[in-house]
Design a protein around this ligand. Structure first.
Ligand code: 13P
Length: 254
C-alpha cells in the first residue's frame, strides 16, 4: 500500500509571524498522525526559519521551485544543493503557475527533475490541463505529454520515489475541485501510462491530486484508489483545515 503524501504549497504567501503561528498549529494538530507523510513548502526566503520552527516534528520541509544549474553565473537562481542544505525533501516543479507566468517548458522541467534526482531530492512533478483542453477532451494527451518529457529523457526509473501531482488548472484556486471520479480516472490514466514502461515503478509512484482541495472535499477524494494524497494551496494556509485534510488521508489509506 502506498503511503499518502499531503503537501502544502504556500505559494507567495506568508511572513515570519504567519509561519510561526501556522507551524505551531500544525505541530499541535498533527502530533499523533501516522500513515500519512506531510510536507509544507513555504516561500524560499522562509525555509531556514520554518525548518527551525519544525524541529521536533515529523512534518517535512519542501520548496516550490528549483533551478537547473548547480552553481555559477545565474543571478537570482536557487540550486538543488542549496535546497538540500536547507533540509528540504520534496521540491515542487512544473507548477502551472510557473509554466504560465515563467514560460517553463516540458523539457526545462525535465531538467529540473533530473537535477533533483541527482541531488537526492524528491521531485513533485505537477501536471494538468487547462479548462479549454479539458473541454476539448485533451486531458489525457496533455498529461501524457508532460510525463513523457521526463519518461523519455530519464526513463521510468526516474519515477522511483518520485511524486506526481495532477492539478487540473481549472480547479486551482477556483473552489471548483475535480470530482473524485474525474480525478480518479486521470490518476489511473497516469499510472497506466507509466506502467506501459515499468509496472513496478507505476505501482509505487505517489500521485497527488491538487486543485481546490479543502477540509470538506478531501475525505471523498481520498476514497479513490489512485489518489495518494493532495497538493494543497489555499487550505494549507490554515492549520485546522490542513490538519483535517492530512487526517482524512491517513484514515482513508490506513
Ligand atoms: P488551491 O488548493 O488553492 O486550489 O491550489 C492548488 C495548488 O495549486 C497547489 O499547488
Amino acid at each position: 500500500m502506498r503511503k499518502p503524501l499531503v503537501m502544502g504549497n504556500w505559494k507567495l504567501n506568508g511572513s515570519k509571524e504567519m509561519a510561526k503561528t501556522l507551524v505551531a498549529g500544525l505541530k499541535q494538530n498533527l502530533a499523533d498522525v501516522k500513515n500519512c507523510d506531510v510536507a509544507i513548502a513555504p516561500p524560499v526566503m522562509y525555509l531556514d526559519f520554518v525548518r527551525e520552527q519544525l524541529s521536533g516534528s515529523a512534518i517535512n520541509l519542501g520548496a516550490q521551485n528549483v533551478d537547473t544549474a548547480v552553481s555559477g553565473a545565474y543571478t537570482g537562481d536557487i540550486s538543488a544543493q542549496m535546497l538540500k542544505e536547507m533540509g528540504t525533501k520534496y521540491i515542487i516543479i512544473g507548477h502551472s503557475e510557473r509554466r504560465t507566468y515563467h514560460k517553463e517548458s516540458d523539457s526545462f522541467i525535465a531538467k529540473k527533475f533530473a537535477v533533483l534526482k541527482e541531488n537526492g531530492l524528491i521531485p513533485v512533478l505537477c501536471i494538468g490541463e487547462t479548462e479549454a483542453e479539458n473541454e476539448a477532451n485533451q486531458t489525457e494527451a496533455v498529461c501524457a505529454r508532460q510525463i513523457d518529457a521526463v519518461l523519455e529523457t530519464l526513463g521510468a526509473a526516474a519515477f522511483k520515489d518520485a511524486v506526481i501531482a495532477y492539478e487540473p488548472i481549472w480547479a486551482i484556486g477556483t473552489g471548483k475541485s475535480a470530482t473524485p471520479a474525474q480525478a480518479q480516472a486521470v490518476h489511473k490514466f497516469i499510472r497506466d501510462h507509466i506502467a506501459k514502461k515499468d509496472a513496478e515503478i507505476a505501482k509505487q509512484v505517489i500521485i497527488q491530486y491538487g486543485g481546490s482541495v479543502n477540509d470538506s472535499n478531501a475525505a471523498e477524494l481520498f476514497t479513490q484508489p489512485d489518489i495518494d494524497g493532495a497538493l494543497v494551496g489555499g487550505a494549507s494556509l490554515k492549520a485546522d483545515a490542513f490538519a483535517v485534510i492530512v487526517k482524512a488521508a491517513a484514515k482513508a489509506k490506513s
